[in-house]
Design a protein around this ligand. Structure first.
Ligand code: C2E
Ligand code: MG
Ligand code: MG
Ligand code: MG
Length: 286
């Protein structure tokens, strides 16, 4: 990562760093225009209940359809957008698009469906974040509980922008809030009292280790925490049937992962909602 200022002498004498720098400038210029050029697209990945044998939620995952480089994943450009101060506008677009899509699905009869979307730490530094979400949710006539904002543990730990207060306000407005990648940060139980979230998402690094016998202290501990605090639980990154079976036995019902579907376009996701509700039939590579 190259800073714009300082260390100039060094930068100009390192050809590799110079290339990085030029690529980064190009990326920044393109990113600045991506919104107005309508290059962003939301992909959706289903969250499947084993008990109900159907899709109960969708997570909205941002993609950038770059005119020259093709589809770019969020890990590449979200950090840049954050540094450039563009994340606020992008998050606003994500919120509007995800709410509009949930409203379309509800109009098609999928009235129980939940929509999850990811927020950045920077989103919590805006004082109007709660109003922005509640206004969008009510304008789209969505039941607030069916809109879930995903935050990460690191956002809870920093809490510089009064994240706890804003999470509380979101919950008081009836919205759902999930802790994404749960277990990877510093999951002090005290945080669960300070941040009244509704859902824990088990990080996929724990799910990945589940191919062995159907005992796993971490998963058991997390399901226990969820039960104790009365929280919904979702396992992320479920790729194999054995993992799904183990999770089910350990008490985790709702799952998300390549086993069921890779994130897909709104049209593909509509197909998953309409599919005969068998997990096997959802298993189509996008
Ligand atoms: P996340 O919220 O933890 O999302 C899950 C990521 O895991 C997604 O990557 C998804 O495609 C991937 N994934 C799902 N199932 C599987 C699986 O079975 N195996 C494996 N190996 N991976 C799986 P994606 O879409 O590239 O997103 C990466 C991260 O970017 C997200 O992690 C989230 O933190 C962030 N992100 C995505 N969309 C947005 C957005 O609209 N706004 C913000 N601020 N961040 C976003
Ligand atoms: Mg997420
Ligand atoms: Mg996650
Ligand atoms: Mg993750």
């Amino acid at each position: 990562q190259v800073k714009r200022s300082g260390k100039n002498a060094f930068r100009f004498f390192d050809p590799e760093l110079n290339t990085h720098y030029r690529e980064r400038i190009a990326l920044e210029n393109d990113l600045r225009l991506a919104l107005e050029r309508s290059e962003f697209e939301l992909y959706y990945q289903p969250q499947v209940s084993m008990k109900a044998a159907r899709v109960v939620g969708m997570e909205a995952l941002l993609r950038w359809n770059h005119p020259a480089h093709g589809r770019i994943g969020p890990a590449t450009f979200i950090p840049v957008a954050e540094e450039m101060g563009l994340i606020g506008d992008i998050s606003h677009w994500v919120l509007e698009e995800a709410c509009a899509q949930l409203a379309r699905w509800r109009a098609d009869g999928f009235e129980d469906l939940r929509m999850s979307l990811n927020l950045s730490p920077h989103d919590f530094s805006r004082t109007d974040i709660v109003d922005m979400v509640t206004e969008c949710v009510s304008r789209n006539q969505l039941p607030p509980a069916q809109v879930e904002l995903e935050i990460t543990e690191s956002m809870m730990m920093q809490d510089t922008a009064g994240v706890a207060t804003k999470v509380k306000a979101m919950r008081e407005a009836g919205l759902s809030v999930a802790i994404d990648d749960f277990g990877t940060g510093y999951s002090a139980l005290a945080y669960l009292q300070k941040f009244p979230v509704s859902t824990l998402k088990i990080d996929r690094s724990f799910v990945r280790d589940l191919d062995g016998p159907s005992t796993n202290p971490i998963i058991s501990a997390i399901t226990g925490i969820a039960r104790g605090f009365g929280l919904h639980l979702i396992a992320e990154g479920v790729e194999h049937a054995e993992q799904a079976e183990t999770l089910r036995i350990l008490g985790c019902d709702v799952m998300q992962g390549y086993l069921f579907a890779r994130p897909g376009t709104a049209a593909q996701a509509t197909g998953w909602l309409e599919a005969v509700p068998q997990p096997d039939l959802l298993r189509r590579p996008a």
